[in-house]
Ligand binder design. Structure first.
Ligand code: APR
Length: 186
């Protein structure tokens, strides 16, 4: 297995084209990695900070030209110094208790990332656990949305061949693993 290869879940129900990884997303050699950004697109902490550090100053220069990104939408940039060819920046919802449309906004993030990814003619994509860090979205509910949207995208986009979910900590890994193996109750 090449470094960065997750554990393929094809021994379990669900789509074998979905994988889990514990790698730092900035190290993955895939067509595109997704950044959990904020509406300014000018960098931040968490995975946003890691991606900007690894991609170098050229990424911020490119992002300045994009004039921000509303929650639930996505923007495409070059990968700059990353192994990944492109970066798709998306702005997840801040969790406010679940009654402010957070679930639909998070689902929209995934849908918009897949749309831009396929419009760019790319085949593989890696996502961090959007909104589950600083934005406080409960991991289990967020993992269900991620897997549901990836399942639909794999059905609808023939060019999409590999979806990697990067689980950067144990609770996130368990949330995704339980849902991908069908062990979790819905
Ligand atoms: N690779 C993969 N995943 C990572 C990495 C990394 N290098 N660093 C952090 N993560 C994980 C976190 O552990 C968490 O599971 O990414 C997930 C998302 O957490 P955040 O990065 O905090 O993103 P989010 O919750 O969407 O909050 C976005 O935080 O960094 C700021 O500018 C960003 O304002 C925005 C907000």
């Amino acid at each position: 297995r090449s470094p960065g290869q997750g554990i393929v879940m094809n021994e379990t129900p669900g789509d074998s084209r979905m994988e889990l990884s514990r790698e730092d997303i900035t190290r993955l050699k895939v067509d595109a990695i997704v950044n959990a950004a904020n509406p300014s697109l000018l960098g931040g902490g968490g995975v946003d900070g890691a991606i900007h550090r690894a991609a170098g100053p050229g990424l911020l220069a490119e992002c300045r030209l994009l004039n921000g990104c509303p929650t639930g939408e996505a923007r495409l940039t070059s990968g700059h110094r990353l192994a990944a060819r492109r970066i798709i920046h998306t702005v997840g919802p801040v969790w406010r208790g679940g009654r402010q449309g957070e679930a639909e906004l998070l689902a929209s993030c995934y849908r918009q990332c897949f749309r831009l990814h396929q419009e760019a003619g790319l085949a593989s994509i890696a996502f961090p656990a959007l909104s589950t860090g600083a934005y406080g979205y409960p991991r289990e509910a967020a993992a269900s949305i991620a897997i549901e949207q990836a399942t639909l995208a794999l059905r609808d986009y023939p060019g999409l061949v590999r979806v990697i979910f990067v689980c950067f900590n144990e609770p996130t890994w368990l949330a995704y693993h339980d849902r991908l193996t069908g062990a979790a109750t819905r």
